[in-house]
Design a protein around this ligand. Sequence first.
Ligand code: BES
Ligand code: ZN
Length: 460
Amino acid sequence: MAQLELALEHIDAQLRAYIEELKEWVRMPSISAGAQEDCCEALARAADFAVAQCEGIGLRARKVQVSPDTNPLVVACSASFAAGRPTVLIYGHYDVQGVDNPRSAWTNDPFGAAERDGYLLGRGASDNKGPCFAHLKAAQALHATGGLPVNLVMLIEGEEECGSRALSQFIAGGGLDEFGPIRGVVISDTSMYGPDRPSLTLGLRGILFFQMTVHGPKQDVHSGLFGGTIHNPNHLLVRALAALHDVEGRVRVPGFYDQVQPLSRREKTFYDALEVDEAAYCRNLGVKGLTGEPGYSLLERRWTRPTLAINHLSGGSPRTVIPARAAAVISCRLVPDQQPEPIETALQQYLRDQLPAGTEVEFGNSHHSPAYHLDPDHPLVPRALQAIRTGFGLEPLLTREGGSIPIVTQLHQRTGAPVLLVGLGQITDNWHGPDEHFNLRDFHRGIRTSAALLCALAEV
Ligand code: BES
Ligand code: ZN
């Protein structure tokens, strides 16, 4: 029997044990975005868990502490690199988002890892511990049934949800160079097109994220005593923010769209052919209707057009005060070939220009990464599609996605390898929201896909 068949049988037989192990990982509250003190211990434990998993597959694994104030990276690789065998890099993240969105909106313990109706419930179950674990278990199944067919590098980080600073430094400092040429990078941190609609994702949007703070009096002051005589930071902030979009929703920042590449006819044909149920989309979100940039379909707006969003606003208190400061968190989703740096400069200048002369304004907490795009004609695309067919027993689709994986473009640029994005989650899994969940049937089919993909990449 061919090795892949043996490995697939092994996976089918071991699934129950794999699920129980995954639950252990999901029980660790490894929150990175806005993390509190007590998360450090959970982050370390989640990293140790990944190290132990990698060692269980015969990989050499270590935790890398890039600097004292960053979360550890887990870097693992085959104990010996066989010559003439291609090297594949698999990336995932063990950090998760917070659970205060709000906490009372969760109907189950976010770190209880309960299993219900074929779903695993919990923060990180789908983003990204479950899908990342699918690759670990696929590698383990291959290890148990004749050995890994490729030289494997596993890169599992703990800061994806807050900009991947440590990993970015690690890669920029040559941390991957010891592994030699990489044939392909595989990531499952995207979603499937829908239930039973597995897909290969050809593109991700990039991100530009920062906080803007407008300062006023040195402390909150009584609005009856001082109102009408000094600038109110809340007013200044909302006036500046209101200038960001025109009435139809286009971004008004000069140059914002200049570098945007139009969608190729070929890709447009793929996406136009995908069925879209707008009513179900609205129902799922609890909204009455859709909006967006004129002239683009729903999928084009989600996947191929840049956006600018105000994510958070704060300032003052529910009392009669003129606040000392007002702040907004702003982020843009960027598309190929938009460069984050010039857009950040233009955007911040535009915001400054909306404020009266002399206003004290500050920009902070900034991070950014450009969009990623894979040519649909890349020779590894048909191989990835074939692996999905084998794993799922279903015909895969080609898609893009609107979210961002900050490290993806750097991984591609540094290794020169294509990044194959094989999502295992659903857009209805409540990533970053309450009651996150992951379909365990997709976990199973995802492990099978990963095993098939590793075998397919071995063969090129
Ligand atoms: N898994 C997501 C990335 C993603 C989101 C892919 C939506 C496809 C569709 C990832 O964990 C994530 O949420 N990334 C953040 C990064 C940001 C905080 C720097 C994102 O996209 O907001
Ligand atoms: Zn993720």
